[in-house]
Design a binder for this molecule. Sequence first.
Ligand code: NOJ
Ligand code: CA
Length: 524
Amino acid sequence: MKYPWWKGAVIYQVYPRSFHDSNDDGIGDLKGIVEKLDYLRWLGVDAVWLSPIFKSPMVDFGYDVSDYRDIDPVFGTMDDFDLLLEEAHKRGIKVILDQVYNHTSDQHPWFLESKSSRTNPKADWYIWMDGEPGKPPNNWRSFFGGSAWEWCEERKQYYLHLFAKEQPDLNWRNPQVREAILETIEFWLQKGVDGFRFDVVNMFYKDAWFRDNPIGEDGQQYNVFNIDRPETLLAVEEIQELVERYPDRVTIGEVASPMGFYAYLEYTKPGRLNLAFNFEFMHVPEFKASLFRKMVEDTERIFEDLSWPCYVLGNHDTRRVRSRYDGENSIERCKLLATMLLTLRGTAFIYYGEEIGMEEAVIPYGEIQDPEGKNLWPEKPGRDGCRTPMQWDDSQYAGFSRVKPWLPVNENKREVNVAHQESDPNSLLNHYRSLIELRKDSDVLKWGKLQVLESSQDVFAYLRSWRGKRIVVVLNFLGETTSAGLQLSEKAQVLHSNRRQPGKVCSLHDLKLHPYEALVMEVE
Ligand code: NOJ
Ligand code: CA
């Protein structure tokens, strides 16, 4: 049986504004990414996912698209994109595009037409409702703060925006809208891209009656009627049917739902998307074996063979993983998490800079760029802290640009940079690289079954098995020497570890682990 490439894959997320600036304007661009493809090949990733590169007024940095079929000039041209695709493919790297179809920019020609009158041909392409100024149609809140309804003078009506007011929500109940979106998806399929990441895919449809969301005792609103509507699954099936006409593509859903695992599963059942980001690791509040173990057990139990799991440690919306847990030894902790990410059963996602241990930056209020931060500061500082320029070296702007970048470079660039870590065999970067290499050559790690093993309290251990071969992974979450507590009597050979040399043979029943050791072994 041939397994689809994406099942064992390592997918690297590039936030294009922040990866590499080729033309000295302080903003990353497509040519900048092309210049770094050799780095990505060296790292060994199978695919890159690019956050949006399409024409956009950049209110939400590309998640507000004003032309789905063109490249924003700040990132380059369509020729640059074609070059990127070709150069990536030459290096065996696939390219996945971000697709934002819950909403467009308010500068998209569709919206400009839609808002011009109540009778134009696109009058019904967005979600318009009657009301009076100051009296929105219902209580729905925008995820970026305030009411989700904005008054439009031209139509004397409200339109819905689940995000910024410059991001009006499309009306998925209109068949013309669905058709226009499918055509756009096909445009990119024909160009030869290898897959898509669908932004907030569980929000496409809204309650047909626009019922008020319930409010909890704490005054918090529960997103019941504005997201996760069952009709959305039909849209997903239509998209999947189209994409499957093209071989070897992958579809990934951003399912941002309070239902967590159950929503991920729903969106990835047969005939639906291939993958839905499993965000649960990002919510683990403490660096504890039992908490991570539970996430993996839940994933395995809920997904079974119904759908393929995947794991994510960070992305452009979340605090950087290295900064998530207080305490020293954060690089050792990152190594352990990297070993876990890359040896679990499931597609692995890496957010740019994670592989060198980039940290969350503190952005002074006056320099905040993110609409979430601008609107919700100080309760929410926004997402700029995880979007700072990639740290390539220790020069003034970290080799990202020759001019002042759009967001400040993190001060830790002296140690946290690619050049420094490339030459250090014990660096986090080389830890990632060697693990990716190991995974690439191992059918057990790519496809094997996973069984959580009994172990001592601060250890998380699991067995991967495939066609008679077995690999055991043992992770010590404690900064102290610990006995693994495995109930296995076999001997095993070290394949990878942050604390000991590969090749050594150890007996599993009395295995002792170094502080924060992440050990991958082949059972003999
Ligand atoms: C989810 C994206 O990941 C986020 O960055 C964006 O702000 C919202 N969707 C709106 O598109
Ligand atoms: Ca640039």
